[in-house]
Design a binder for this molecule. Structure first.
Ligand SMILES: Cc1cc2nc3c(=O)[nH]c(=O)nc-3n(C[C@H](O)[C@H](O)[C@H](O)COP(=O)(O)OP(=O)(O)OC[C@H]3O[C@@H](n4cnc5c(N)ncnc54)[C@H](O)[C@@H]3O)c2cc1C
Length: 390
Protein backbone atom coordinates (compact mmCIF):
# COMPACT_ATOMS: atom_id res chain seq x y z
CA UNK A 1 0.00 0.00 0.00
CA UNK A 2 1.33 3.47 -0.92
CA UNK A 3 2.18 5.58 2.14
CA UNK A 4 0.22 8.78 2.75
CA UNK A 5 1.63 11.92 1.16
CA UNK A 6 2.73 14.82 3.36
CA UNK A 7 0.99 18.07 2.40
CA UNK A 8 3.22 21.14 2.04
CA UNK A 9 1.68 24.51 1.17
CA UNK A 10 3.94 27.19 -0.28
CA UNK A 11 2.49 30.73 -0.27
CA UNK A 12 3.91 32.86 -3.11
CA UNK A 13 5.35 31.68 -6.43
CA UNK A 14 8.10 34.15 -7.06
CA UNK A 15 11.82 33.43 -6.75
CA UNK A 16 11.66 32.13 -3.15
CA UNK A 17 8.49 30.02 -3.37
CA UNK A 18 9.66 28.42 -6.61
CA UNK A 19 13.08 27.63 -5.15
CA UNK A 20 11.60 25.81 -2.14
CA UNK A 21 8.96 23.96 -4.22
CA UNK A 22 11.37 22.56 -6.82
CA UNK A 23 14.11 21.69 -4.35
CA UNK A 24 11.64 19.91 -2.07
CA UNK A 25 10.05 17.96 -4.94
CA UNK A 26 13.52 16.71 -5.87
CA UNK A 27 14.36 15.70 -2.30
CA UNK A 28 11.12 14.45 -0.75
CA UNK A 29 9.19 11.88 -2.83
CA UNK A 30 6.49 11.68 -0.14
CA UNK A 31 5.74 15.43 -0.27
CA UNK A 32 2.71 16.77 -2.08
CA UNK A 33 3.19 20.46 -2.77
CA UNK A 34 0.48 23.07 -3.28
CA UNK A 35 1.90 26.33 -4.56
CA UNK A 36 -0.41 29.36 -4.24
CA UNK A 37 0.05 32.64 -6.10
CA UNK A 38 -2.36 35.31 -7.37
CA UNK A 39 -0.87 35.18 -10.87
CA UNK A 40 -0.08 32.08 -12.96
CA UNK A 41 3.01 33.84 -14.33
CA UNK A 42 6.46 34.11 -12.79
CA UNK A 43 7.68 37.71 -13.04
CA UNK A 44 11.45 38.19 -13.31
CA UNK A 45 11.28 41.71 -11.84
CA UNK A 46 15.08 42.05 -11.64
CA UNK A 47 15.24 43.23 -15.25
CA UNK A 48 12.49 45.87 -14.80
CA UNK A 49 14.89 48.88 -14.96
CA UNK A 50 15.85 47.79 -18.49
CA UNK A 51 12.53 46.75 -20.09
CA UNK A 52 10.41 49.48 -18.48
CA UNK A 53 12.70 52.13 -19.95
CA UNK A 54 13.70 50.36 -23.20
CA UNK A 55 10.68 48.21 -24.19
CA UNK A 56 12.37 46.74 -27.26
CA UNK A 57 15.52 45.65 -25.42
CA UNK A 58 13.94 42.50 -23.92
CA UNK A 59 10.95 40.41 -25.02
CA UNK A 60 8.13 39.66 -22.51
CA UNK A 61 8.95 35.95 -22.78
CA UNK A 62 12.34 36.76 -21.25
CA UNK A 63 10.78 38.06 -18.03
CA UNK A 64 7.30 36.43 -17.80
CA UNK A 65 6.91 32.63 -17.62
CA UNK A 66 4.04 30.20 -17.05
CA UNK A 67 4.49 28.66 -13.60
CA UNK A 68 2.65 25.30 -13.92
CA UNK A 69 4.52 24.22 -17.07
CA UNK A 70 7.80 24.06 -15.17
CA UNK A 71 6.40 21.44 -12.80
CA UNK A 72 5.27 18.98 -15.47
CA UNK A 73 8.39 16.84 -14.91
CA UNK A 74 7.26 15.64 -11.46
CA UNK A 75 5.05 12.57 -10.79
CA UNK A 76 1.31 13.20 -10.87
CA UNK A 77 -0.14 13.97 -7.45
CA UNK A 78 3.06 15.54 -6.21
CA UNK A 79 2.33 19.11 -7.32
CA UNK A 80 -0.72 21.41 -7.57
CA UNK A 81 -0.79 25.07 -8.53
CA UNK A 82 -3.61 27.22 -7.13
CA UNK A 83 -4.19 30.69 -8.57
CA UNK A 84 -5.32 32.84 -5.65
CA UNK A 85 -4.41 34.98 -2.69
CA UNK A 86 -4.04 33.52 0.79
CA UNK A 87 -6.20 35.58 3.15
CA UNK A 88 -5.82 33.64 6.39
CA UNK A 89 -3.78 30.93 8.10
CA UNK A 90 -5.91 28.91 10.51
CA UNK A 91 -3.88 26.79 12.94
CA UNK A 92 -7.01 25.37 14.63
CA UNK A 93 -7.26 22.90 11.74
CA UNK A 94 -3.93 23.67 9.98
CA UNK A 95 -5.40 25.21 6.84
CA UNK A 96 -5.11 28.31 4.68
CA UNK A 97 -7.99 30.24 3.14
CA UNK A 98 -7.49 31.24 -0.48
CA UNK A 99 -9.44 33.91 -2.37
CA UNK A 100 -9.53 32.89 -6.02
CA UNK A 101 -10.63 36.27 -7.35
CA UNK A 102 -10.14 39.87 -6.30
CA UNK A 103 -13.74 40.22 -5.11
CA UNK A 104 -14.14 36.80 -3.53
CA UNK A 105 -17.50 37.12 -1.86
CA UNK A 106 -19.28 33.84 -2.49
CA UNK A 107 -18.18 30.63 -0.78
CA UNK A 108 -17.18 29.10 -4.11
CA UNK A 109 -14.56 31.86 -4.57
CA UNK A 110 -12.85 31.01 -1.27
CA UNK A 111 -11.21 27.64 -0.79
CA UNK A 112 -9.64 26.05 2.26
CA UNK A 113 -6.55 23.83 1.93
CA UNK A 114 -5.05 21.70 4.69
CA UNK A 115 -1.33 21.45 5.35
CA UNK A 116 1.18 19.47 7.36
CA UNK A 117 3.94 22.01 6.63
CA UNK A 118 3.58 25.64 5.58
CA UNK A 119 6.16 27.80 3.81
CA UNK A 120 5.55 31.56 3.70
CA UNK A 121 7.19 33.14 0.64
CA UNK A 122 4.88 36.12 0.13
CA UNK A 123 7.71 38.64 -0.33
CA UNK A 124 7.39 42.38 -0.45
CA UNK A 125 6.20 45.25 -2.58
CA UNK A 126 7.30 48.89 -2.96
CA UNK A 127 5.61 52.31 -2.84
CA UNK A 128 6.28 52.80 -6.58
CA UNK A 129 4.71 49.41 -7.41
CA UNK A 130 1.55 50.57 -5.64
CA UNK A 131 1.75 54.09 -7.09
CA UNK A 132 2.09 55.58 -3.60
CA UNK A 133 3.75 59.01 -3.96
CA UNK A 134 5.40 57.94 -7.21
CA UNK A 135 4.72 57.13 -10.83
CA UNK A 136 3.25 53.61 -10.67
CA UNK A 137 5.94 51.22 -11.91
CA UNK A 138 5.61 47.41 -11.64
CA UNK A 139 8.84 46.72 -9.75
CA UNK A 140 6.94 43.71 -8.31
CA UNK A 141 3.75 41.92 -9.38
CA UNK A 142 0.58 43.18 -7.69
CA UNK A 143 -2.10 40.59 -6.73
CA UNK A 144 -4.84 40.24 -9.36
CA UNK A 145 -3.35 43.05 -11.46
CA UNK A 146 -2.48 42.29 -15.09
CA UNK A 147 1.32 42.61 -14.97
CA UNK A 148 1.62 42.85 -18.77
CA UNK A 149 -0.83 45.77 -18.84
CA UNK A 150 0.93 47.50 -15.93
CA UNK A 151 4.27 47.11 -17.75
CA UNK A 152 2.90 48.46 -21.02
CA UNK A 153 1.31 51.52 -19.34
CA UNK A 154 4.52 52.28 -17.43
CA UNK A 155 6.64 51.94 -20.60
CA UNK A 156 4.46 54.48 -22.43
CA UNK A 157 4.67 57.01 -19.58
CA UNK A 158 8.43 56.70 -19.30
CA UNK A 159 8.89 57.02 -23.05
CA UNK A 160 7.15 60.41 -23.30
CA UNK A 161 8.48 61.86 -20.03
CA UNK A 162 11.28 64.39 -20.53
CA UNK A 163 11.90 65.79 -17.05
CA UNK A 164 12.24 62.97 -14.52
CA UNK A 165 13.23 63.05 -10.84
CA UNK A 166 14.33 59.82 -9.12
CA UNK A 167 14.19 59.69 -5.32
CA UNK A 168 16.72 57.27 -3.83
CA UNK A 169 20.22 56.44 -5.07
CA UNK A 170 20.51 52.75 -4.18
CA UNK A 171 21.10 50.14 -6.93
CA UNK A 172 17.60 50.57 -8.39
CA UNK A 173 17.82 54.38 -8.53
CA UNK A 174 21.26 54.26 -10.15
CA UNK A 175 20.21 51.58 -12.67
CA UNK A 176 17.08 53.50 -13.64
CA UNK A 177 18.98 56.78 -14.01
CA UNK A 178 21.52 55.08 -16.31
CA UNK A 179 18.83 53.46 -18.48
CA UNK A 180 16.73 56.65 -18.73
CA UNK A 181 19.69 58.86 -19.58
CA UNK A 182 20.73 56.42 -22.30
CA UNK A 183 17.22 56.01 -23.73
CA UNK A 184 17.04 59.57 -25.04
CA UNK A 185 19.42 62.54 -24.98
CA UNK A 186 16.35 64.77 -24.57
CA UNK A 187 15.55 63.41 -21.13
CA UNK A 188 16.67 65.51 -18.16
CA UNK A 189 17.26 63.27 -15.16
CA UNK A 190 17.84 64.27 -11.54
CA UNK A 191 18.88 61.63 -9.02
CA UNK A 192 18.35 62.55 -5.36
CA UNK A 193 20.51 60.87 -2.69
CA UNK A 194 19.88 61.42 1.00
CA UNK A 195 23.48 60.56 1.88
CA UNK A 196 26.82 62.00 0.80
CA UNK A 197 27.30 59.32 -1.88
CA UNK A 198 25.39 57.00 -4.20
CA UNK A 199 25.00 53.24 -3.48
CA UNK A 200 25.19 53.36 0.30
CA UNK A 201 26.82 50.17 1.61
CA UNK A 202 29.07 49.73 -1.44
CA UNK A 203 32.85 50.20 -1.37
CA UNK A 204 34.21 53.74 -1.89
CA UNK A 205 35.51 52.89 -5.38
CA UNK A 206 32.11 51.58 -6.47
CA UNK A 207 30.33 54.65 -5.08
CA UNK A 208 32.70 57.01 -6.93
CA UNK A 209 32.49 55.03 -10.18
CA UNK A 210 28.68 55.04 -10.19
CA UNK A 211 28.66 58.80 -9.72
CA UNK A 212 31.17 59.50 -12.46
CA UNK A 213 29.43 57.16 -14.95
CA UNK A 214 26.10 58.89 -14.36
CA UNK A 215 27.62 62.38 -14.59
CA UNK A 216 29.10 61.39 -17.95
CA UNK A 217 25.55 60.60 -19.06
CA UNK A 218 24.49 64.10 -17.92
CA UNK A 219 22.48 62.91 -14.94
CA UNK A 220 22.19 65.65 -12.31
CA UNK A 221 23.11 64.22 -8.90
CA UNK A 222 21.96 65.85 -5.68
CA UNK A 223 23.64 64.55 -2.50
CA UNK A 224 22.72 65.08 1.16
CA UNK A 225 19.24 66.02 -0.03
CA UNK A 226 15.91 64.37 0.73
CA UNK A 227 12.61 64.49 -1.12
CA UNK A 228 10.34 66.19 1.41
CA UNK A 229 7.09 66.24 -0.52
CA UNK A 230 5.70 65.15 -3.87
CA UNK A 231 2.42 66.17 -5.41
CA UNK A 232 0.91 65.06 -8.70
CA UNK A 233 -1.29 67.62 -10.43
CA UNK A 234 -4.54 65.75 -11.15
CA UNK A 235 -5.10 67.67 -14.39
CA UNK A 236 -1.68 68.16 -15.99
CA UNK A 237 -0.31 64.94 -14.39
CA UNK A 238 3.00 66.72 -13.75
CA UNK A 239 4.78 66.34 -10.39
CA UNK A 240 5.91 69.03 -7.98
CA UNK A 241 8.92 67.66 -6.08
CA UNK A 242 9.94 69.62 -2.98
CA UNK A 243 13.49 68.98 -1.78
CA UNK A 244 15.03 69.49 1.67
CA UNK A 245 17.38 72.18 0.26
CA UNK A 246 14.35 74.34 -0.59
CA UNK A 247 14.42 73.64 -4.32
CA UNK A 248 11.16 72.72 -6.05
CA UNK A 249 11.33 70.78 -9.32
CA UNK A 250 8.36 70.46 -11.64
CA UNK A 251 8.77 67.14 -13.42
CA UNK A 252 6.85 65.03 -15.94
CA UNK A 253 7.43 62.04 -13.68
CA UNK A 254 8.64 61.39 -10.17
CA UNK A 255 9.94 57.87 -9.40
CA UNK A 256 10.46 56.69 -5.85
CA UNK A 257 12.99 53.87 -5.57
CA UNK A 258 12.97 53.68 -1.78
CA UNK A 259 10.94 51.62 0.67
CA UNK A 260 9.97 47.97 0.99
CA UNK A 261 6.55 46.89 2.26
CA UNK A 262 6.00 43.33 3.61
CA UNK A 263 3.16 41.29 2.04
CA UNK A 264 1.94 40.26 5.49
CA UNK A 265 -1.81 40.97 5.69
CA UNK A 266 -2.68 37.26 6.13
CA UNK A 267 0.14 36.43 8.58
CA UNK A 268 -0.58 36.15 12.34
CA UNK A 269 0.85 39.22 14.09
CA UNK A 270 2.56 36.91 16.61
CA UNK A 271 4.96 35.91 13.76
CA UNK A 272 5.98 39.49 12.94
CA UNK A 273 8.70 41.79 14.24
CA UNK A 274 7.95 45.48 14.90
CA UNK A 275 8.49 46.34 11.21
CA UNK A 276 6.11 43.64 9.98
CA UNK A 277 8.64 41.00 8.81
CA UNK A 278 8.41 37.32 9.81
CA UNK A 279 10.77 36.24 12.60
CA UNK A 280 12.79 33.13 11.70
CA UNK A 281 15.48 31.07 13.41
CA UNK A 282 18.68 29.71 11.80
CA UNK A 283 16.73 26.75 10.32
CA UNK A 284 14.31 29.31 8.80
CA UNK A 285 11.47 28.04 10.99
CA UNK A 286 8.99 30.76 11.94
CA UNK A 287 9.48 32.01 15.48
CA UNK A 288 6.25 32.78 17.33
CA UNK A 289 6.53 34.63 20.64
CA UNK A 290 10.10 33.40 21.06
CA UNK A 291 9.40 29.74 20.19
CA UNK A 292 10.23 28.11 16.83
CA UNK A 293 7.29 26.40 15.13
CA UNK A 294 8.02 22.93 13.76
CA UNK A 295 5.37 23.18 11.00
CA UNK A 296 5.97 26.64 9.51
CA UNK A 297 8.92 28.15 7.62
CA UNK A 298 9.51 31.49 5.88
CA UNK A 299 11.86 32.39 3.04
CA UNK A 300 12.96 35.37 0.94
CA UNK A 301 11.94 39.01 1.33
CA UNK A 302 9.16 38.35 3.88
CA UNK A 303 11.65 37.21 6.54
CA UNK A 304 13.26 39.49 9.12
CA UNK A 305 16.69 38.60 7.65
CA UNK A 306 18.86 41.46 6.34
CA UNK A 307 19.63 42.02 2.62
CA UNK A 308 16.31 41.44 0.81
CA UNK A 309 17.95 40.23 -2.38
CA UNK A 310 17.37 37.60 -5.01
CA UNK A 311 20.96 36.44 -4.56
CA UNK A 312 20.00 35.31 -1.02
CA UNK A 313 17.08 33.15 -2.13
CA UNK A 314 18.71 29.93 -3.50
CA UNK A 315 20.56 29.12 -0.27
CA UNK A 316 17.53 29.92 1.87
CA UNK A 317 15.33 27.75 -0.37
CA UNK A 318 17.81 24.87 -0.14
CA UNK A 319 17.90 25.19 3.67
CA UNK A 320 14.12 24.88 4.02
CA UNK A 321 13.81 22.06 1.47
CA UNK A 322 16.52 20.07 3.29
CA UNK A 323 14.90 20.60 6.68
CA UNK A 324 11.37 19.62 5.59
CA UNK A 325 12.69 16.63 3.59
CA UNK A 326 14.72 15.45 6.60
CA UNK A 327 11.72 15.89 8.90
CA UNK A 328 9.47 13.86 6.59
CA UNK A 329 12.11 11.11 6.35
CA UNK A 330 12.59 11.26 10.15
CA UNK A 331 16.24 12.00 9.55
CA UNK A 332 17.90 14.02 12.33
CA UNK A 333 20.06 16.09 9.97
CA UNK A 334 19.57 19.87 10.24
CA UNK A 335 20.42 22.60 7.72
CA UNK A 336 21.05 26.14 8.91
CA UNK A 337 21.28 29.52 7.17
CA UNK A 338 23.37 32.54 8.11
CA UNK A 339 22.86 35.83 6.29
CA UNK A 340 26.27 37.05 7.44
CA UNK A 341 28.08 33.99 6.07
CA UNK A 342 26.97 34.82 2.50
CA UNK A 343 29.44 36.96 0.57
CA UNK A 344 28.17 40.51 -0.05
CA UNK A 345 27.85 41.50 -3.69
CA UNK A 346 26.44 44.37 -5.67
CA UNK A 347 26.32 44.51 -9.47
CA UNK A 348 24.92 47.73 -10.91
CA UNK A 349 24.73 48.34 -14.66
CA UNK A 350 24.84 52.01 -15.66
CA UNK A 351 23.34 51.81 -19.13
CA UNK A 352 23.76 49.01 -21.65
CA UNK A 353 27.52 48.66 -21.80
CA UNK A 354 29.07 49.52 -18.46
CA UNK A 355 28.46 49.79 -14.73
CA UNK A 356 30.11 49.07 -11.43
CA UNK A 357 29.95 46.67 -8.51
CA UNK A 358 31.82 44.45 -6.14
CA UNK A 359 32.00 40.83 -5.12
CA UNK A 360 33.19 40.77 -1.52
CA UNK A 361 36.16 43.17 -1.62
CA UNK A 362 36.78 42.68 -5.36
CA UNK A 363 35.74 45.62 -7.53
CA UNK A 364 34.10 44.63 -10.82
CA UNK A 365 35.16 46.52 -13.94
CA UNK A 366 32.56 47.83 -16.41
CA UNK A 367 33.15 44.91 -18.81
CA UNK A 368 32.45 42.31 -16.10
CA UNK A 369 29.30 44.17 -15.02
CA UNK A 370 28.13 44.14 -18.65
CA UNK A 371 28.97 40.44 -19.00
CA UNK A 372 27.32 39.36 -15.74
CA UNK A 373 24.27 41.62 -15.75
CA UNK A 374 24.24 44.64 -18.07
CA UNK A 375 23.91 42.83 -21.39
CA UNK A 376 20.42 41.46 -20.67
CA UNK A 377 19.77 42.35 -17.03
CA UNK A 378 20.19 38.75 -15.83
CA UNK A 379 17.28 37.42 -17.91
CA UNK A 380 19.57 34.55 -18.95
CA UNK A 381 19.25 33.38 -15.34
CA UNK A 382 15.44 33.63 -15.14
CA UNK A 383 14.78 30.05 -16.42
CA UNK A 384 17.12 28.73 -13.73
CA UNK A 385 15.34 30.61 -10.93
CA UNK A 386 12.00 29.47 -12.39
CA UNK A 387 13.11 25.82 -12.11
CA UNK A 388 14.87 26.17 -8.73
CA UNK A 389 18.21 25.36 -10.35
CA UNK A 390 20.17 28.41 -9.14
C1 LIG B 1 13.13 46.49 -9.40
C2 LIG B 1 13.91 45.57 -8.51
C3 LIG B 1 15.13 45.10 -8.92
C4 LIG B 1 15.84 44.20 -8.11
N1 LIG B 1 17.06 43.78 -8.53
C5 LIG B 1 17.75 42.90 -7.77
C6 LIG B 1 19.03 42.43 -8.20
O1 LIG B 1 19.56 42.87 -9.22
N2 LIG B 1 19.67 41.51 -7.44
C7 LIG B 1 19.12 41.00 -6.28
O2 LIG B 1 19.75 40.15 -5.65
N3 LIG B 1 17.91 41.43 -5.85
C8 LIG B 1 17.21 42.36 -6.56
N4 LIG B 1 15.98 42.80 -6.13
C9 LIG B 1 15.38 42.19 -4.92
C10 LIG B 1 14.53 40.96 -5.32
O3 LIG B 1 13.54 41.34 -6.24
C11 LIG B 1 13.86 40.33 -4.11
O4 LIG B 1 14.83 40.02 -3.14
C12 LIG B 1 13.11 39.07 -4.53
O5 LIG B 1 12.06 39.42 -5.39
C13 LIG B 1 12.57 38.29 -3.34
O6 LIG B 1 11.82 37.21 -3.80
P1 LIG B 1 10.60 36.61 -2.98
O7 LIG B 1 10.15 35.42 -3.75
O8 LIG B 1 10.97 36.45 -1.56
O9 LIG B 1 9.47 37.74 -2.97
P2 LIG B 1 8.68 38.48 -4.13
O10 LIG B 1 9.49 38.52 -5.37
O11 LIG B 1 8.21 39.75 -3.53
O12 LIG B 1 7.44 37.52 -4.43
C14 LIG B 1 6.41 37.25 -3.54
C15 LIG B 1 5.33 36.45 -4.26
O13 LIG B 1 4.30 36.12 -3.33
C16 LIG B 1 3.03 36.46 -3.86
N5 LIG B 1 2.12 36.75 -2.76
C17 LIG B 1 2.09 37.85 -1.96
N6 LIG B 1 1.09 37.76 -1.07
C18 LIG B 1 0.49 36.56 -1.29
C19 LIG B 1 -0.61 35.90 -0.70
N7 LIG B 1 -1.30 36.45 0.31
N8 LIG B 1 -1.00 34.70 -1.20
C20 LIG B 1 -0.32 34.12 -2.24
N9 LIG B 1 0.73 34.71 -2.84
C21 LIG B 1 1.13 35.92 -2.37
C22 LIG B 1 3.33 37.68 -4.74
O14 LIG B 1 2.29 37.91 -5.68
C23 LIG B 1 4.64 37.24 -5.38
O15 LIG B 1 4.43 36.43 -6.49
C24 LIG B 1 15.29 43.76 -6.88
C25 LIG B 1 14.06 44.27 -6.44
C26 LIG B 1 13.38 45.18 -7.23
C27 LIG B 1 12.07 45.72 -6.73
Amino acid sequence: MASKRVSVIVIGASHAGLAVSHKLLRQAPKASITLINPSDEYYFNISAPRFLVKPRSLLPNQYLYNISETFSEYPSGSFTFVKGLVTKIDYSNKSVLVATSEKSTTESDVISILFDYLVIASGSTTPATLGQGSLKLPFKATPFEDTRKAISEAQKKLEVAKRIVIGGAGPLGVELAGELAEASAEKIITLVSKSSSLLEGATETVKRTAESLLRRKNVEILKNVTVDQVQEDPETKSWMVTLSNGRIITADQYISTTGVIPNNKFIPTSFLNHDGWVNVDERLRVVEDGTSRSDTYAVGDITCLPYRLLSRVPLQGATIASNIAADIAQDARIATYSADAQKKMMVVPVGQSTGTGHLGRWTLCGFLVWLFKGKDFLTYKAPKFLRGKE
